[in-house]
Design a binder for this molecule. Structure first.
Ligand SMILES: C[S@@+](CC[C@H](N)C(=O)[O-])C[C@H]1O[C@@H](n2cnc3c(N)ncnc32)[C@H](O)[C@@H]1O
Length: 374
């Protein structure tokens, strides 16, 4: 199987003219990635065989300029951007091919469960204005169309193609990972009644909370009016109730002690160090006494386990427009938590296996959860 799972074809997923074309595209991307990692591996092995030090970080800093100057590696880096652009272009083609049906579904969900509060006066932090993260056309905040359909569908369908099903049929792996692999394991009695998802985008990871805690009020906030507008329609399409609001996670409009659970999923690696620190402080401010903060990140991004993965991570910065990937050290996170008000006794770092990865029998702990109890 090329995809790890079939995509859940909810009504806002564009139907390609040729359904096999997405499989073909991902097969080519996967083959390219395989060759890329093999090339990195070969060059790194050749370098370490003659290295004068065994200390991995020292080896890395000696190796980095050598790899960066290698013509085969340079050509591969260029090709990484080309494949990423092809992925988005194909997704946009699929949207265009199915536009009238998508628009009809989209507008049919103008009314329904949940809500969306937009704030046209919100000041967008410059760190998000500067970057079109993952080279996504229009970026997260600009929006390709006024109603949000294009950017939302681009993100929703594009993320599935990017991961080849890695994030599950509805791209909801990370929400279920916090619920089943973090909360259920480490805080089994915990039953939140107000939940906040920071940097929720179109709500991929937000909907699992609405499904698993139907008694709870679930909020998702993001800077992007387009992604949130699509997120509300998507939640209604999937019959879930979520309250979306356009807010800055570093400084929200919610009063103190508003939530039992504050979460984020792969937000931290896409914002600079100062913003990460503010997210921890804001989480603490928003939690009720006894409430829990869980910020989930990829181990590959924050604490790469090998020289190959470190090189891949660091070159994503410019090949895939990930400007903040390298901007804080793993060891900074406990400092952010303590500065926010958590204590060494109430702050914990838990490693977790992805929800669908665990179902596939892959027990590797690919996720890091920064957890604090107020
Ligand atoms: C990688 S996406 C998040 C994916 C999402 N959490 C999920 O699990 O599917 C990062 C999101 O964070 C949002 N974001 C970045 N900085 C933000 C900020 N300061 N306030 C609110 N949202 C922010 C971006 O607009 C983007 O939608």
């Amino acid at each position: 199987m090329v995809f790890l799972c079939p995509q859940h074809q909810h009504a806002l997923i564009p139907q390609a003219h040729d359904p096999g074309s997405n499989v073909e595209l991902f097969r080519d991307i996967k083959a390219f990635r395989g060759e890329m990692f093999q090339l990195f591996q070969n060059r790194i092995e050749a370098f370490t065989a003659t290295s004068t030090t065994d200390e991995p970080l020292e080896q890395y800093s000696q190796m980095r300029p050598v790899l960066d100057a290698d013509p085969d590696i340079q050509a591969t880096h260029k090709q990484r951007g080309v494949w990423q652009d092809r992925l988005w272009a194909k997704t946009l083609d699929d949207i265009e091919a199915d536009r009238s049906r998508l628009a009809a579904v989209y507008h049919s969900h103008r009314q329904g469960k949940g809500s969306l509060e937009l704030n046209p006066d919100l000041k967008i932090p410059s760190h998000q204005l500067k970057a079109k993260i993952h080279r996504m056309p229009g970026g997260y905040v600009d929006g390709l169309s006024e109603d949000g359909l294009d950017s939302g569908a681009l993100y929703d369908h594009g993320v599935f193609l990017y991961g080849g099903g890695w994030f599950g049929p509805l791209n909801d792996e990370l929400g279920y990972t916090i619920i089943h692999q973090v909360l259920a394991q480490h805080y089994p009695e915990f039953q939140p009644s107000r939940i906040l998802d920071m940097g929720c985008s179109v709500g991929h990871s937000t909907l699992p909370y609405a499904a698993v805690y139907p008694q709870a009020q679930v909020w998702g906030i993001d800077l992007s009016a387009s992604l949130l507008s699509y997120g509300l329609r998507r939640a209604r399409t999937l019959d879930q109730t979520v309250y979306f609001a356009q807010q800055n996670v570093e400084n929200t409009d919610f009063p103190d002690v508003s939530f039992d659970l504050v979460v984020s999923h792969i937000l931290l690696h896409e914002i600079p160090a100062i913003a990460r620190k503010r997210v921890f402080a804001e989480s603490y401010r928003l939690l009720k006494p006894g409430g829990i903060m869980v910020h989930l990140e990829s181990k590959l991004f924050l604490d790469p386990p090998s020289l190959v993965s470190r090189y891949f991570r660091d070159t994503e910065v410019w090949t895939n427009s990930e400007p903040y990937l390298g901007s804080s050290r793993f060891t900074d996170f406990p400092d952010y938590a303590l500065a926010a008000g958590f204590t060494p006794e109430t702050f914990n770092i838990h490693y977790a296996t992805g929800h669908y990865a665990a179902q596939r029998g892959n027990g590797a702990a690919g996720w890091i959860a920064f957890c604090g109890v107020k």
